[in-house]
Write a protein that binds this ligand. Structure first.
Ligand SMILES: O=C(CO)[C@H](O)[C@H](O)COP(=O)(O)O
Length: 289
């Protein structure tokens, strides 16, 4: 995961993928500003941050100030000593994961254990120093912080799966006493109309596509970036992004998808959300359901 150097006194903030590169870049900025600092002091100002190279929205998503603010505040407000915490996937949640790690390393949190919703959150949590527990070792969590591709201001439902991790995310989100979505103000839409990600068995793709069309959806096979062919999930399945042209009946659409054999999981997280933390231009708003 990436590293960031911050020196508020001299208004310097730089990041790089490795600690060595971060120190080098920080050194250049400090020299240009005429500030003397040893490598050891520079290291004291370095924190683990989400790597834009490992997150689908890249630097635009990770360094969106609203997402960063929303993710960090969610962790600070909600995570307490002794909690078992579900760690979500995506750029906003990544800031929450990084912040939990920072609080643990700085002695602000104790006895916290994390359960990852994806390889992405597992890697970040490991790097950030959060003790991890396998999903098969727990059946309940105190809280899960997860992201969303779209949320509603009217119903406790979100669409997830833009990162293709929604099957595991739904399990970890459902295990939590409290599901908190960390996101930004731009993702609110009513009715929800984000194409619903559907994880499907590879061989069943054609028949599932036919069944989806019969219930009013238009499926599109998700293609990989930097690889020929489609995306495969962590479970070895394909993803169909299904355009329903707006979900006027979210529960009905979720039920329709659940009846189709060959679908492992869909991205409608119906009536699951307790709280939404949304980063705004200069603050964080909280919605309770
Ligand atoms: O559901 C997800 C992954 O499957 C993510 O939570 C969702 O895509 C939001 O990510 P981001 O905060 O980067 O926009």
């Amino acid at each position: 995961m990436a590293k960031e150097f911050t020196d508020d006194d001299n208004d310097i903030q730089v990041w790089a993928e490795s600690e060595a590169d971060t120190i080098e870049t920080a050194r250049e900025e400090l020299d240009a500003a005429g500030v003397e600092m040893s490598d050891e002091e520079i290291r004291d100002h370095i924190e683990v941050i989400p790597s834009p190279n490992r997150i689908k929205s890249g630097a635009d998503g990770v360094f969106d100030a609203r997402r960063r603010r929303g993710g960090i505040r969610t962790a600070q407000d909600l995570i307490e000593d002794g909690m078992d915490v579900g760690l979500g996937t995506g750029s906003t949640t990544a800031w929450a994961v990084a912040e939990v790690g920072r609080m643990i390393r700085h002695g602000e949190l104790e006895d916290v254990r994390g359960v990852a919703t994806s390889l992405q959150s597992h890697e970040l949590a490991k790097e950030a120093g959060i003790p991890l527990v396998n999903l098969d070792a727990v059946t309940e969590l105190d809280v899960t912080i997860d992201g969303a591709d779209q949320y509603s201001e009217d119903e406790p439902t979100v669409i997830k799966g833009g990162g293709g991790a929604h099957a595991r995310e739904k399990v970890v989100d459902a295990m939590a006493d409290r599901l908190v979505i960390a996101t930004d103000e731009e993702k609110a839409t009513d009715p929800l109309d984000f194409p619903v990600p559907v994880e499907v068995m590879p061989d069943a793709r054609e028949v599932v596509s036919k069944d989806i069309r019969e219930v009013g959806g238009e499926p599109e096979l998700r293609m990989a970036v930097k690889k020929d062919g489609p995306v495969f999930t962590a479970n070895g399945n394909l993803v169909l992004d299904v355009d329903f042209g707006g979900l006027d009946d979210t529960a009905g659409t979720a039920r329709d998808l659940e009846k189709i054999p060959g679908i492992l999981e869909h991205g409608i997280f119906l009536d699951m959300v307790d709280t939404v933390y949304l980063g705004t231009e200069d603050d964080v708003d909280v919605l309770e359901f």
